[in-house]
Ligand binder design. Sequence first.
Ligand SMILES: NC(=O)c1ccc[n+]([C@@H]2O[C@H](COP(=O)([O-])OP(=O)(O)OC[C@H]3O[C@@H](n4cnc5c(N)ncnc54)[C@H](OP(=O)(O)O)[C@@H]3O)[C@@H](O)[C@H]2O)c1
Length: 246
Amino acid sequence: MFGAGTTAVVTGGSSGIGAATAERLAGRGCDVLAVGRDTDALADIARRTGARCCAADLTSPGAADRVLAEAGEVDLLVCNAGVGWSGPLEVMPEERVGDLVRVNLLAPMLLVRAALPGMLARGRGQIVLVSSIAGSMSVAGEAVYSATKAGLDALGASVRGEVAGRGVGVTIVVPGVVDTPFFARRGSPYARRVPRPVPPERVAAALVAAAERNRSQVFVPRWLRLPARLRGVAPTVTDALQRRTT
Ligand SMILES: NC(=O)c1ccc[n+]([C@@H]2O[C@H](COP(=O)([O-])OP(=O)(O)OC[C@H]3O[C@@H](n4cnc5c(N)ncnc54)[C@H](OP(=O)(O)O)[C@@H]3O)[C@@H](O)[C@H]2O)c1
């Protein structure tokens, strides 16, 4: 479905999950616009995969409209760019709170809002939001990150209801821990015993497959849907389990 003759926008296409997704889609003949700020990394992706590149800071005003104008008619919008921060909320710098909200939540809201009119007019399109197990489990020490990802889950579910029956689908991808520069960039390594990191290529494969089937939600690895469901009915149990695995 997402091959020759289709166009995809992948934010965070310069690194990790986004780079693996851009590579997977481009390898199938899809016209991919990889979005990020690191122009060297983007140029490398373009060289290796043939993807087009768009240097953009998604927190800057008007970025969503500029990205979509550069892409043309978009069949698949992957909102994947994200940043983390780890530590107690009371010592989190205000600037970092704003960064996380702007990159992880506000940017996807504006991108989806900008992409929908064209998708709805054409009667086709798929939106993918890359969330996190932190959004489902509400991780201590990642309060703002967890809140942005829970917000992304709510955004996706709400928009899915708004576009139902109009040819546009919404898929939420929920990775556990992925072996990318994410932890180095947030300034603290991954410190839990479980879940174990998976390669970004595995998330990319699950993302593309779920988008093609218009799945509403996919966990990577799949077993993570069990603690996420359990938290919905017994949060004190899963909170205690989380403390034991830290
Ligand atoms: N790694 C994990 O364990 C994990 C687990 C669950 C969910 N996730 C989620 O997966 C997504 C991808 O993360 P990753 O692991 O692949 O991390 P990553 O390798 O650090 O990639 C993050 C991407 O986001 C882009 N980005 C950050 N701020 C941006 C901004 N202001 N404007 C434009 N692009 C920006 C970066 O591009 P530039 O550097 O070019 O700006 C980079 O391409 C994120 O949403 C993350 O929350 C990750």
